[in-house]
Design a protein around this ligand. Structure first.
Ligand SMILES: [Zn+2]
Length: 237
C-alpha cells in the first residue's frame, strides 16, 4: 500500500509542527513542540529537529503497521525530513519523493490549526487566516498585543521574529471603525461605525494597525494589569 508522510506548521511563526501519516484510511500524527524552535544560537540545533522528525516518523510507521515488503512511502522533499530521507535510503526501503496534495495535507493542516488553538490562539482568528503573508503578520500582531505571555509560543528561531517582531511596540487609541473588519484579539467581526480600539503596532521596519472590540481590549488590559488607554509594550529583549 502507499503510505504518505507530510508536515504542517514549519512555515508558521507560532507553535510546533505536525508530522502526519496516511495509509489507506489510517491517519495518525505526532507533534514536535514549539520548544524545539526556540533555540536562537546553536547551529546544531536544527539537526535536533530533524532527528526528532525521524523519531516521529518511525513511531508513526509502527503505528500504521508499516510493511517493508508491501508498502511504498511517499514523502515530501522538505528539508525537515532530510534525516528521514537518509534513513529510508540507507535501509533500502521502497520510497519516493512526492508533493503531497491529498487528503493528508488537509488533515495535517487541520491538526496544526487545532494545535494553535490549544496553545491559546483564538479559534476564530485561526479560521480567518488563509493567505500565507497575512497569516504570519496577523499572528505576530496578536503576539505583539501581549508579548509577555504570548512569545512563549513563538518560533523564536525565525529571523523575522529575531530581527523585527521581537522589538514591536504597541499603543492603543479609541476610534470608530470605518469599515467592516475583525478583532485581532478574538477573531470575531467588527461592523463599520462601531466604537473600536485601534492598536498601532510598530516594529523597527514597519507599522501595522489592528482592531479590537472595546471589551476585548478591556480583558487584555485587565490581564496586563494596565490602566491607561494609551500604553506602550516592549517585548523582552
Ligand atoms: Zn474581540
Amino acid at each position: 500500500m502507499i503510505i504518505e508522510i507530510d508536515d504542517a506548521g514549519t512555515g508558521s511563526p507560532l507553535g510546533g509542527i505536525v508530522i502526519g501519516i496516511l495509509k489507506g484510511r489510517l491517519f495518525d500524527y505526532e507533534i514536535i513542540p514549539v520548544e524545539y524552535f526556540q533555540n536562537e544560537e546553536n547551529n546544531e540545533y536544527y539537526n535536533e529537529i530533524k532527528e526528532k522528525t525521524l523519531e516521529s516518523v518511525l513511531k508513526l510507521l509502527r503505528r500504521v503497521n508499516f510493511d517493508p515488503e508491501e508498502d511504498i512511502i511517499h514523502i515530501c522533499r522538505g528539508n525537515i525530513f532530510s534525516h528521514v530521507h537518509k534513513y529510508l535510503w540507507e535501509n533500502k526501503l521502497k520510497w519516493t519523493f512526492t508533493k503531497i496534495v491529498s487528503r493528508l495535507q488537509d488533515l495535517v493542516e487541520f491538526i496544526y490549526d487545532l494545535h494553535l488553538v490549544e496553545l491559546g490562539v483564538p479559534r476564530m482568528l485561526v479560521k480567518r487566516l488563509t493567505t500565507y503573508g497575512r497569516y504570519v503578520t496577523e499572528l505576530f500582531k496578536w503576539v505583539a498585543l501581549s508579548p509577555k505571555d504570548r512569545q512563549k509560543i513563538v518560533k523564536t528561531r525565525f529571523p523575522i521574529w529575531r530581527k523585527e517582531w521581537k522589538y514591536s511596540e504597541v499603543s492603543f487609541k479609541e476610534t470608530i471603525s470605518k469599515r467592516f473588519t475583525y478583532c485581532i484579539e478574538c477573531g470575531e467581526t467588527i461592523p463599520a461605525g462601531e466604537k473600536v480600539i485601534t492598536a498601532i503596532i510598530k516594529t523597527p521596519k514597519r507599522e501595522f494597525k489592528a482592531y479590537l472590540h472595546p471589551q476585548c481590549y478591556e480583558r487584555l488590559k485587565f490581564k496586563g494589569g494596565e490602566i491607561e488607554l494609551v500604553r506602550v509594550n516592549r517585548c523582552n529583549a
